[in-house]
Design a protein around this ligand. Structure first.
Ligand code: PBG
Length: 332
């Protein structure tokens, strides 16, 4: 669409900016609590809410307090919560068996949230990194992150999460063929209504730093993730990945990180029209919080502006650590 503009002064484009009322009438995009997915970190113990130094305002919570947080999020109108486990290093192994244990932290958290807040959708993370001795999302054999054996493990993980009551499976591993394998396994096991939100275009990014602290993976990670996560220089490749994942049975697709990849969000939505999400990742959150704490930017304003930008770029929703803070503001 090419907007038409009359010659000046017939057209004075400032007319529609003259007052809050008129600006509200012509605003093209809005942010609502319904657009938010809240990523949370779960740890073992009871009654624990442990701050994460590189993510001010974000905590690792024990399962009981995660449920409490989910109840609050539900009341704020946040439609979904996404669980990331902080796994004790004693449970990290080469075979990553903890990943599909029905009683691992993540699966216990799913069950607790479904019981306490039945109307909030529970999303999971599927990747081996929280359970892997070397911090990678897949198995490592002779220095190579192997694809097919990893996919088998991811399928077991997926089924354990669905069994625990997960509503949305979130594969963040970037292996090839995983969406098809997960979809087939879910159908075969009777989980016809479990959604898959694929981290389809996930870049090998510097913006994940604080997250790796939050889940205790920074120390463990050997090398980098560049043989499976995308090169930040690529855009056409993202379209191929998204098309591939949709064809394999993803219900929703995600672009990650967010703000630095808005062109990918826009292209995804306009090319495929599928439900499109972005992940405003830990480093994006940390930058805004840090600058705000220094008094260098207006934190609230920048938080809201950054999230609205995702809507403008065509996203249907955003995973954001700001979710409860934003929902509170939007609800007045
Ligand atoms: C791991 C995973 C990562 C994030 C979500 N799932 C980190 C990584 O790939 O190293 C990052 C989230 C964030 O930075 O907020 N599979």
């Amino acid at each position: 669409m090419r907007p038409t503009v009359a010659p000046f002064p017939a057209a004075r484009l400032r007319r529609t900016r003259v007052s809050p009322a008129i600006r509200g009438m012509v605003r093209e995009n809005n942010l609502t609590a319904e657009d938010l997915i809240w990523p949370v970190f779960v740890r073992d113990g009871e009654g624990i809410e442990e701050p994460i130094a590189s993510m001010p305002g974000v905590y690792r919570r024990s399962v009981d307090l995660i449920s409490k947080a989910a109840v609050e999020a539900e009341a704020l109108g946040i439609p979904a919560i996404c669980i990331f486990p902080y796994t004790d290093s004693s449970l990290k192994t080469e075979d990553c068996a903890e990943a599909w244990s029905p009683d691992n932290l993540s699966n216990r958290a799913i069950r607790a949230i479904k019981e306490a807040a039945p109307n909030i959708a529970v999303m999971t993370d599927v990747a081996l990194d929280p359970y892997n001795i070397n911090g990678h999302d897949g198995y490592v054999e002779n220095g190579e992150i192997v694809n097919d054996r990893t996919v088998e493990a991811l399928v077991k993980m997926t089924l354990a999460q669905a069994e625990s009551g997960a509503d949305i499976i979130g594969p963040s591993d970037m292996m090839d063929g995983r969406i098809g394998a997960m979809r087939q396994a879910l159908e075969a096991a009777g989980y016809h209504n479990v959604c898959i939100m694929s981290y389809s275009a996930k870049y090998a990014s510097g913006f994940y730093g604080p997250f790796r602290d939050a889940v205790g993976a920074s120390g463990a990670l050997q090398g980098d993730k560049k043989t499976y996560q995308m090169d930040p220089g690529n855009s056409n490749e993202a379209m191929r990945l998204i098309e591939r994942d949709l064809q394999e049975g993803a219900d929703m697709v995600m672009v990650k990180p967010g703000l630095a990849y808005l062109d990918i969000c826009y292209r995804t939505k306009s090319t495929f029209g599928a439900p499109t999400f972005a992940y405003q990742v830990s480093g994006e959150y940390a930058m805004i919080k840090a600058a705000a704490q220094n008094g260098w930017i207006d934190g609230e304003k920048v938080m809201l502006e950054s999230l609205l930008a995702f809507k403008r770029a065509g996203c249907d929703g955003i995973l954001s650590y700001f979710a409860p803070e934003v929902a509170q503001i939007l609800n007045g």
